[in-house]
Design a protein around this ligand. Structure first.
Ligand SMILES: Nc1ncnc2c1ncn2[C@@H]1O[C@H](COP(=O)(O)OP(=O)(O)OP(=O)(O)O)[C@@H](O)[C@H]1O
Ligand SMILES: [Mg+2]
Length: 309
């Protein structure tokens, strides 16, 4: 079982708007609505990979209901905690003429401690030993930076495996609670360790230190430059695939989903890393927050280069 947690979901409204200008009337050429938020994105990619997951977190209002219905229509199991406040809608403006991507994001509503505990109860009820819990994204206002650290400690005690994708204080505290996997990008890794890096080898050594501290695996994503996959036994470098980039939104989430899929289906670690490279590259080839096309993934897998450092 894989459970994904999204404490700050959003409905992503992606509009294509050629020659977008401020201070003018702008006419939308096309529009699409996608359920978004990091954990939800992971569930969508898992679904595309053929692995079932349970999506939980916090939803509210008509927007929340739309997100739940969209996920259920995709066949993704949902069990969210419902609140009064409307779930956010985030506007993404794609301008194909000026080649710009503009995000206009709503702030999320503050959340009461009892709501967070209700989400945790749902996670706890769903998982058993060996199950994977993906904790991804920001914490809502009112939650504090320790929320994932607290959950990881309690889930570790239940024998579950926590995969953490967060930044800043949430990542710093969460990493100290020894999750099974973290997936910072290079900037987030720098913030976690409070230092910059002198090349790939230095970054790999830093990830190795984190593994020695008790984190199962550290995946450092490097955007178009690929990724590092570090465990106790291996340091693998996935070289960036050269693809036509449409939107990098969700690239990290697709990497996270691939790692969880590989672990849940018993794939060899190296094969899981190769899949993560192909799926994340395929994701940047799709606009908005749509999951990757699996036919594209199959083709890209042939081009993946994994090197042992
Ligand atoms: N321009 C690109 N070309 C090819 N692959 C890419 C590109 N950008 C991202 N990827 C793939 O996606 C992975 C994750 O991307 P990235 O490092 O940007 O994650 P991130 O910063 O966590 O993104 P986000 O949190 O916004 O989803 C990379 O390791 C790489 O495999
Ligand atoms: Mg990320």
């Amino acid at each position: 079982m894989i459970v994904t947690v999204t404490l700050t979901p959003a409905l992503d409204k992606t509009v294509v708007l050629p020659a977008f200008h401020v201070d003018q009337v702008n006419r939308i050429e096309s529009l699409r609505l996608d359920p978004g938020g990091k954990g939800i994105n992971v569930s969508k990619v898992l679904d595309a990979l053929g692995t079932r997951s349970l999506a939980t977190g916090i939803l509210g209002g008509g927007t929340g209901r739309y997100i739940e219905k969209s996920l259920k229509d995709m066949g993704i199991a949902c069990d969210f905690v419902w609140v009064e406040q409307e779930t956010r809608t985030n506007l993404k403006v794609i301008d194909p003429v000026e080649h710009t991507n503009t995000d206009i994001n709503e702030p999320g509503a503050p959340v009461a401690p009892a709501v967070l505990e209700a989400v945790f109860d749902k996670v706890k009820a769903a998982v058993g030993p060996g199950d994977i819990v993906v904790l991804a994204g920001k914490a809502p206002a009112g939650a504090g930076d320790g929320v994932f650290a607290d959950w990881i400690a309690r889930l570790n005690a239940l024998g579950a495996q926590c995969y953490l994708d967060a930044d800043a204080g949430l990542l710093i505290q969460g990493a100290a609670a020894k999750p099974a996997l973290i997936k910072p990008n290079d900037v987030e890794l720098g913030r976690l360790l409070g230092r910059g890096f002198d090349g790939i080898a230095d970054m790999a050594a830093a990830a190795r230190e984190l593994v020695k501290s008790g984190i199962g695996a550290v995946v450092v994503s490097l955007g178009g430059d690929g990724a590092l996959f570090v465990t106790r036994d291996q340091i693998l470098r996935g070289h960036g695939l050269k693809v036509a980039v449409q939107s990098t939104v969700g690239a990290g989430d697709s990497m996270m989903a691939s790692m969880a899929h590989g672990a849940a289906t018993g794939m060899a670690f190296r094969d899981t890393c190769a899949l993560a490279m192909a799926v994340s590259a395929a994701t940047v080839m799709t606009p908005g927050t749509q999951a990757a096309d699996m036919n594209v993934v199959k083709e890209l897998l042939k081009q993946v280069k994994i090197e042992e450092l």
